[in-house]
Design a protein. Structure first.
Length: 293
């Protein structure tokens, strides 16, 4: 997933328009975007939307962000949407991998109850929204085969810590938030899951979005969340390998293919080794996922 677009789950207009987005995944949000008194109707709207999108053969994956496990709403959220078989669940504000385990068991029960394939519902935890979770990041590694990606967040964490701002005057994240960003990237890598970069809240600043997305790609993130439909095209463009990147990756792969079993190879007069091959394979996989040859 190059891009995941948040969509308020109680807005018929925004939900309908989201199907026109080129986002690889839509996140139907039952948490921050929906007032508590609107959540019952939002659950009904979410289930109906997923069914309608499937009937229209929507290309985007359909995820749901439920409420945190320490709230009274998360079980009702699952009860309201699981019959529609969402592709995945976004778990906000977990305290540790134990919360992922709890959610995984609940999903197993829901899949059985609704006749769904066991294990088909994936999980993406947002692992840095509570301070205690930051101190427990190792607990997310290997906690559930449902976890296919991890992301991080700065807004909720800033509120808990008491930060006056999480970005400096130039728009860059301040030190505490650069730290948790990096830890999320490393944790996702350790867990062999996709590292998904957090949202860029200044949604009218296209240049800032592109710059931050390119930095995320440089560092190892493979996708980014969006809060506005207008951000998706930029995010997709950055995370789609260029022709030059694909060509170089293919040359690296070919160099090793022509020397089976070799740990090193030569390309354009330079030595390349297994890390180069792994990166090349990752680029080629991204290109294939984006529909490129």
């Amino acid at each position: 997933m190059r891009s995941m677009l948040f969509v308020p789950a109680d807005s018929e207009r925004k939900m309908a328009r989201s199907l026109e987005s080129p986002a690889d995944a839509l996140i139907l949000d039952l948490e921050d975007s929906v007032a508590a008194e609107r959540r019952p109707v939002a659950r009904e709207m979410t289930a109906a939307f997923i069914a309608d999108a499937r009937a229209k053969s929507a290309k985007a994956q359909l995820w749901v962000r439920i409420n945190p496990l320490d709230s009274k709403d998360w079980e009702a959220d699952l009860s309201g949407v699981m019959a529609a078989a969402p592709d995945g669940i976004i778990l906000p504000k977990p305290s540790s991998g134990a919360d992922v385990h709890t959610l995984s068991i609940a999903l197993s029960n829901a899949e059985t109850r609704h006749g769904l394939k066991s294990g088909q519902t994936r999980i993406l935890p947002i692992v840095t929204e509570t301070p205690i979770s930051v101190l427990q990041l190792h607990s997310y590694v290997g906690v559930s085969s449902r976890v296919v990606a991890m992301s991080w967040g700065a807004e909720d964490l800033a509120a808990v810590i008491g930060s006056l701002a999480n970005r400096d005057d130039s728009g860059d994240f301040t030190s505490p938030y650069r730290l948790v960003r990096d830890l999320c990237l490393i944790t996702a890598s350790a867990a062999a899951t996709q590292p998904m970069d957090t949202v860029y809240v200044d949604f009218r600043n296209d240049k800032g979005l592109e710059a931050e997305t390119r930095i995320a790609k440089r560092d190892g993130f493979t996708g980014k969340m969006a809060i506005h439909p207008g951000q998706v095209a930029t995010i997709n463009a950055v995370f789609t390998p260029t022709a030059d990147e694909i060509g170089h990756a293919q040359k690296v792969a070919d160099a090793f293919a022509s020397n089976p079993g070799a740990g090193v190879a030569s390309l354009d007069g330079k030595m390349i080794d297994m890390p180069h091959l792994k990166l090349a394979q990752r680029v080629l996989a991204q290109a294939k996922a984006a529909g490129l040859a």
